[in-house]
Design a protein around this ligand. Structure first.
Ligand code: RIB
Ligand code: CA
Length: 310
């Protein structure tokens, strides 16, 4: 029985690769995609999700658009990383199918309410939609089979020295999410920076044919700079969050109390992780079976690539 998965995302280079995994793994059933403003504008993240849906041929999966920006702060994107359109150098054919008429927040609530305990919720962008859904219907915290995010860090940030982008983009939303009545699995930078598409991985991906040439490799290498010392390849951050649902065996996690800094002059958006806390609210991923991860991901990608007709 596949794990049913609802992905809230901001495609985004690695979000797109996460969607490919969620679609391609027979042990996962992607039952919905919701979009949020983040890497690029909501208009572009939603356009990318719609285009990817048709290009990868999962037209029956509903796509619902959500929040354009954070709960209270100004919208700040990562277009300098993902490109103005959000998919780097990749241009996909225009979508012919539209979003559902339902707001992402209502889609999340309705989907989780319909089958309590059956749907795994994953978020790979700013947590605005998730926070709004919790505020509108706190019971989603009980209805979700599990809740996994790509976000945060117990060491370094990337948006700032202290904060990872998804949390930094909307710290108030992240605080609501981590304080809700569920256990968050936090796949943070400490884990995802172990999942770098280095030259050996890219060489193997490059053998997968047209899908690799036109999508996978350009997405996985867009901003990699080989001249930067000690940088082996682009991290496929969001792929790790989806991979955790299907293959938690590839991950080591530890219980921790995670609090979100929302007022620090230099630390706003920091995930303050206490592994010694008596009342943990999260499982924080610490270690990845890197070879096992790539073997899994490449097997799924090869499966989709073999059936891909462009
Ligand atoms: O910090 C990495 C995260 O920020 C990823 O989700 C990436 O897509 C960006 O949204
Ligand atoms: Ca993302």
């Amino acid at each position: 029985m596949p794990f049913r998965l609802l992905l809230d995302c901001d495609p985004g280079l690695d979000d797109a690769l996460a969607l490919l995994l969620a679609h391609g793994d027979p042990d996962l059933e992607l039952i919905g995609v919701t979009t949020v403003g983040g890497n690029v504008t909501l208009q572009n993240t939603t356009r990318n999700a719609l285009r990817l849906r048709e290009y990868l041929k999962f037209p029956k999966v509903p796509v619902s658009a959500g929040a354009a920006g954070p709960l209270t702060r100004q919208f700040r994107d990562a277009a300098h990383v993902h490109g103005a359109g959000g998919l780097g150098s990749v241009t996909l054919p225009e979508a012919t199918l539209a979003v559902t008429g339902i707001h992402a927040v209502d889609f999340i609530i309705d989907t989780l309410r319909a089958t309590p305990g059956a749907v795994h919720l994953v978020a790979t962008g700013p947590l605005t939609n998730i926070a709004l859904a919790l505020e509108k219907e706190p019971a989603i915290a009980r209805w979700a089979a599990s809740f996994t995010i790509m976000g945060g860090s117990f060491t370094r940030g990337n948006a700032t020295v202290a904060a990872e982008f998804n949390i930094w983009a909307d710290p108030e939303a992240a605080r609501i999410v981590f304080d809700a009545d569920w256990q968050v699995t936090m796949i943070g930078l400490d884990l995802t920076l172990q999942a770098q598409a280095n030259s050996i991985v890219v060489d193997r991906l490059s053998t997968l044919g047209a899908l690799a040439d036109d999508l996978i490799v350009p997405l996985a290498t867009f901003y990699f700079n080989p001249n930067v010392p000690d940088w082996d390849g682009q991290a496929v951050h969001d792929v790790c969050a989806v991979a955790y649902v299907a293959r938690p065996d590839l991950f080591e996690t530890r219980p921790a109390r995670v609090d979100i800094e929302t007022t620090g002059e230099f630390t706003s958006g920091m995930t303050v992780v206490d592994f010694d806390a008596p009342s943990p609210n999260a499982m924080v991923a610490t270690r990845l079976d890197v070879n096992g991860f790539w073997a899994y991901v490449e097997t799924v990608y090869a499966r989709v690539a073999a059936e891909h007709t462009g």
